[in-house]
Ligand binder design. Structure first.
Ligand code: ZN
Length: 85
């Protein structure tokens, strides 16, 4: 197998095994919400969002969406206990 072909196969394998192979450290994401655009930031397990819900409750749909997309490649957001009621 030539190196280009094996590179493509490895890339597909790594992507398919993302939950165990990929660990995200930092990212900034722009998310187009229903009413406004929001910015989600992730740094070494620490989540932030600029929306009002996050400021009030420490959880929001924007962060939850990114958790859904990235799966086990990121640390789960630590929601305050009060927010889960
Ligand atoms: Zn948000």
């Amino acid at each position: 197998m030539d190196s280009a072909a094996s590179r493509i196969i490895k890339a597909k394998q790594y992507a398919a095994e993302r939950d165990t192979r990929i660990r995200v450290h930092n990212f900034d994401v722009e998310l187009h919400g229903e009413n406004a655009t929001h910015f989600v930031n992730y740094k070494n397990g620490d989540w932030k969002c600029d929306c009002e819900e996050f400021l009030l409750r420490g959880v929001c749909s924007h962060i939850m969406a990114m958790e859904e997309i990235l799966g086990d490649s990121v640390e789960p957001a630590m929601y305050p206990v009060a927010a889960q009621k």
